[in-house]
Design a protein around this ligand. Structure first.
Ligand code: GAR
Length: 222
């Protein structure tokens, strides 16, 4: 039997995506083990969630580092020490350097609260409202040197409703993130994602694919 994929989660904030990963691990849907959670913000809820789940919770405070190089080198050391094979950025709000990205090439994923390439960067839900789109969503993608530019692995669509404000729209998008991110981690764990010439290839039946991307509302659901 091959060893289970070990996942290192990088987070900066409330860690609801981390909570979704933990829940998926606990009920066997993740197919992987969360080996460590690394957070750059002291006191972040993500650290507490990791501790509560018995997962090593490591603070690497960027403010305590003289440079991005030393900050990232410390993160890298922790990931190596925990035998991590896949890095998941779950609300990690620091830009990673080309050095870090190339070290983990093809083995870092990020979750973003918009249908990339629309609305990269900060405040994606606000950007979607300002643009007046009727459909937005979330994206899980491989990380490259750009900001939210790497090859797209999976997306899920979310309608923008007439009464939405930034908070209500982001909350609805996050519900989909919490479904999509563990699903992608599982694909990694099962070896169903490979990258050829920069393009990800997912080994997946078409029906499973469509179901992962599109919500199928119940009759009567708004
Ligand atoms: C998530 O919605 C994630 O998509 C977003 O931060 C939130 C973190 O929430 N990330 C970005 O905007 C990155 N560009 P969480 O801490 O509750 O998981």
């Amino acid at each position: 039997m091959t060893a289970m994929l070990r996942v290192g989660v990088l987070a900066s904030g409330s860690g609801t995506n981390l909570a979704a990963l933990i829940a998926a691990q606990q009920d066997g849907r993740l197919g992987a083990e969360i080996a460590a959670v690394i957070c750059n913000v002291p006191g972040a809820r993500a650290l507490q969630r990791a501790r509560e789940a018995g997962i090593p919770a490591i603070l690497v405070d960027h403010k305590a580092h003289p440079s991005r190089e030393t900050f990232e080198a410390e993160i890298d050391r922790h990931l190596q020490a925990h035998g991590v094979g896949l890095v998941v950025l779950a609300g990690f709000m620091r830009i990673l350097s080309p050095w870090f990205v190339s070290r983990w090439q093809g083995r870092i994923v990020n979750v973003h609260p918009a249908l990339l390439p629309s609305f990269p960067g900060l405040h994606a839900a606000r950007q979607a409202l300002q643009a007046g789109v009727r459909i937005t969503g979330c994206t899980v993608h491989l990380v490259d040197e750009g900001t939210d530019t790497g090859p797209i692995l999976a997306q899920a669509a979310v309608p923008v409703l007439p009464g939405d404000d930034e908070a209500s729209l982001h909350a609805r998008v996050q519900k989909e993130e919490h479904r999509l991110l563990p699903w992608v981690v599982r694909l990694f764990a099962e070896g169903r994602i490979r990258v050829e010439e920069g393009r990800p290839i997912l080994d997946l039946p078409e029906a499973a694919w469509a179901q992962a991307s599109l919500r199928n509302p119940e009759p009567g659901e708004p």
